[in-house]
Design a protein around this ligand. Structure first.
Ligand code: HEM
Ligand code: NAG
Ligand code: NAG
Ligand code: NAG
Length: 362
């Protein structure tokens, strides 16, 4: 019952572009702290929406009725070689070849494993880490008051966005993604899709057990520069970042799940004297160690904790969720997949016209 009310309220909030009601957000804030968001996005949010079968599938995932984790044993056989006309006739075929090649690129060990890390690790390489953060930074430039922005490719397509301080550290993955785009755009691959499918492929490539998140293609690209202030600060406290993410339709629990991506992260610019330090003790491995390390009063050598992460680990509204993710990789993976699936579709307004290519990914 309360979920139904939330869904209805949410639809009102999302539809009210430019007229966001604080009261509605506050209400949602109070009741949905520890559960995933069920808010519909884009063209699915219209009250009497006429959904295509894809639109209906995406709705079911966004509302939590269906899992955001793809079938673990996909049975996809590309209908032809990369350059064949039968491949061109199947929307997912080229994505199969593209993500298979990305998957291999994400497993090549780094030469020296970052600044302070002391040699290479067995974890995700720097391209994979970068791809995960890039997917987040492209999509997160959107909130419910903004008609444009989100997962639109602008972080690579617009040099002014790429050059923002928010995006420091993403230079290499932005250059690499531009090169991949040059290589694949002749096959009809778009930048926004490339960025999100790279992030999704990178998560699944990380040793330890990253989930295979459902992947849809057909987003529209845009080079429009989004407003500033939409990317979270590592110095902000829990309340500030929870509100920032709520404006993007995430619950506080979703934010806690998303932050788990810092299980594979390193910092270079928050404290340059400790460039290369990781956010947990199992750098590059997709596990729940990050949650325990961040909540602990102890900071192991080689670990650098963001104060924003520490604040959320101890925040009374989210500390229970934090601990539950620490205890169960399976629980966290399901929550991460659900929240990142939502991330990958922020600002996308043609959800009814997308194509589900989940089964074609490695
Ligand atoms: C409150 C939210 C968040 C804050 C404040 C935050 C902040 C940061 C900062 C400061 C860095 C290090 C940048 C540098 O100095 O090089 C970083 C790295 C990273 N973040 Fe986050 N982040 C947040 C949420 C997320 C989310 C939602 C994701 C993905 C789902 C994510 C994925 C990553 C990854 C993978 C890296 C490592 C990038 C690399 O090693 O190249 N972060 N984050
Ligand atoms: C939904 O689409 C069908 C087929 O295109 C159309 O006949 C029907 O009128 C539409 N309904 C609404 C509410 O738009
Ligand atoms: C959305 O972002 C814009 C630009 O940063 C900001 O002015 C607006 O207050 C934000 N809306 C919400 C609901 O936070
Ligand atoms: C969360 O924090 C509150 C307030 O600090 C504390 O009373 C509670 O025991 C914590 N909950 C968990 C599950 O740790």
């Amino acid at each position: 019952m309360s979920n139904l009310i939330l869904v209805l309220l949410s639809v009102v909030v999302v539809q009210a572009h430019g007229f966001t009601s604080r009261a509605l957000l506050e209400l949602q804030h109070a009741s949905a702290r520890s559960t995933p968001s069920t808010i519909l996005l884009g063209d699915l949010a219209t009250a009497n929406a006429n959904l295509t079968s894809t639109g209906s599938d995406i709705s079911s995932i966004l509302t939590g009725a269906v899992s955001a984790i793809a079938d673990p044993t996909p049975d996809y056989h590309p209908p032809g070689t990369q350059d064949s006309s039968s491949c061109a006739a199947d929307t997912c075929c080229i994505w199969h070849y593209l993500t298979t090649s990305l998957h291999a690129a994400f497993l090549v060990p780094d030469d020296s494993g970052g600044g302070g890390g002391g040699g290479e690790t067995a974890g995700c390489n720097s391209l994979a880490r970068g791809a995960i953060r890039l997917g987040f930074h492209d999509a997160a430039t959107w909130n419910i008051s903004l008609p444009t922005g989100g997962a639109d490719g602008s972080i690579v397509l617009n040099p002014a966005e790429a050059a923002r301080l928010d995006n420091r550290g993403l230079e290499d993955i932005i250059a690499q993604t531009a090169a991949w785009y040059a290589q694949w755009k002749g096959y009809g691959v778009g930048m926004a899709d490339l960025i999100q499918l790279s992030a999704i492929t990178a998560v699944a490539s990380c040793p330890g057990g990253g989930p295979r998140i459902k992947a849809f293609v057909g987003r529209q690209d845009s080079a429009v520069l989004p407003p500033e202030g939409l990317i979270p600060s590592p110095h902000a406290d829990a309340e500030v970042n929870i509100k920032l993410f709520e404006a993007k339709t995430f619950s506080a629990a979703d934010l806690v799940a998303l932050l788990g991506a810092h299980t594979v992260s390193r910092q270079f610019f928050v404290d340059p004297t400790r460039a290369g330090d990781a956010q947990d003790t199992t750098d590059g491995v997709w596990d729940t160690t990050y949650y325990g390390v961040t909540a602990s009063p102890v900071t192991p050598p080689g670990v650098f904790k963001f104060s924003s992460d520490v604040s959320l680990a101890h925040y009374p509204g989210t500390n229970g969720t934090w601990q539950s993710f620490e205890k169960s990789l399976e629980l966290w993976n399901a929550a991460f997949a659900s929240a990142y699936f939502r991330m990958s579709l922020l600002g996308v307004n043609n959800l009814n016209q997308l194509t589900d290519c989940s089964r074609a990914l490695p």
